[in-house]
Design a protein around this ligand. Structure first.
Ligand code: HEC
Length: 312
């Protein structure tokens, strides 16, 4: 097999292995980016919750809110005809859930929610991934849990109950009236300090990297890869194949000039591989040289014999 062909196959193997390595590197970067994106979302949700928690609850003035913890009515003015103003209070988890609902109906591809193994609001029930995350985090005290579920990259970060949370999530006997009134006393209670309260769960639509490959590799990238292949083959031709062939011809011509072989050089080079052909040529040159030396010795001997004969 000619050297160029051997190199061609070698390069194909090298390129194939490199492509595999790059694929794994790209996959890791992809995962890392998704995770960083999810962590940012979690940090924002936590920051928003902390902002609400700063004032205990937030109070909003709205006409027909369905989502609130308690409702207070005030009169705007003293007159008999003064309009009633209604305020609704929202605690951090409720405000975060409303934030999640708004994002859910927005154009943002990344969604999030808060859920628990023991939810206060039945709408917050965990899905398959979230159930697995809650169980794994509870069992292994993990700081996060990731996975791919129904075409999305999923990320879960645990939230733990502090003494502050137990005002509402601890014993129902101590729970605020308004919480019990709106959510009942069945679910979302009975936690202790340090218990896993739930998770902030993030979902980012994604698909396997190889299905998205056309986004990363185009004609330019394939062109560059092919040109490395062509460049290597050109180098092999000029730096190896051609000089070896020249050496081969030189050796063949030299052996022909001894008269031991009588075919032209081209026809006695039998191997397609340049190095093997050169080895054969050098072998023939060796034989031809041996033959030439032997012939020279014979002539010398004959000359000597004739000399001694004519001396006698
Ligand atoms: C003022 C009462 C109150 C306090 C204090 C409170 N929560 Fe909640 N929590 C709620 C209510 C009400 C909901 C349901 C919100 C909704 O409708 O989605 C809720 C929901 C949640 C959820 C979502 C799952 C579910 O049960 O529906 C998590 C997780 C959660 N709370 C954790 C916490 C943590 C952690 C703290 C302390 C940092 C805390 N809560 C403090 C009232 C409270």
């Amino acid at each position: 097999m000619p050297l160029k062909l051997k190199f061609f196959f070698l390069m194909l193997c090298v390129l194939g292995l490199n492509a595999l390595a790059y694929f794994y590197v790209a996959e890791k970067i992809h995962q890392h980016q998704l995770r960083a994106q999810a962590q940012t979302v979690v940090a924002n949700v936590e920051a928003f919750g902390a902002w609400v928690a700063n004032s205990g609850r937030i109070w909003v003035k709205a006409n027909n809110s369905e989502s609130y913890l308690s409702r207070e009515e005030y009169s705007a003015g003293d007159s008999e005809f003064a309009q009633k103003v209604v305020f609704f209070s929202k605690n951090p988890a409720l405000a975060q859930r409303e934030f999640a609902d708004v994002v859910m109906h927005s154009s943002s591809p990344t969604k999030f929610r808060m859920t628990s193994e023991n939810v206060m609001n039945p709408n917050n029930e965990p899905d398959g991934f979230e159930m697995r995350a809650l169980q794994a985090i509870n069992k292994g005290h993990l700081s996060e849990f990731t996975g791919v579920y129904e075409g999305a990259y999923r990320y879960a970060k645990p939230i733990y109950h502090t003494a502050n949370c137990l005002k509402c999530h601890g014993d129902t006997a101590n729970a605020p009236e308004d919480v019990l009134k709106r959510y009942g006393s069945q679910h979302g209670f009975g936690f202790k300090e340090g218990d896993l309260a739930g998770i902030i769960s993030v979902s980012i639509p994604t698909q396997p990297l190889w299905e998205d490959l056309d986004q990363y590799i185009g004609a330019v990238e394939i062109g560059i890869i092919l040109s490395t292949l062509i460049l290597s083959l050109v180098c092999v031709h000029f730096w190896l194949s051609r000089p070896l062939k020249q050496l081969n011809n030189a050796a063949d011509n030299l052996s022909l000039s001894t008269g031991f072989f009588n075919q032209p050089a081209q026809s006695i080079s039998s191997s397609g591989n340049e190095i093997e052909a050169l080895r054969q040529s050098l072998g023939r040159l060796g034989k031809a040289t041996q033959h030439a030396v032997q012939k020279w010795r014979d002539t010398q001997q004959k000359n000597n014999q004739q000399k001694t004969k004519s001396n006698h």
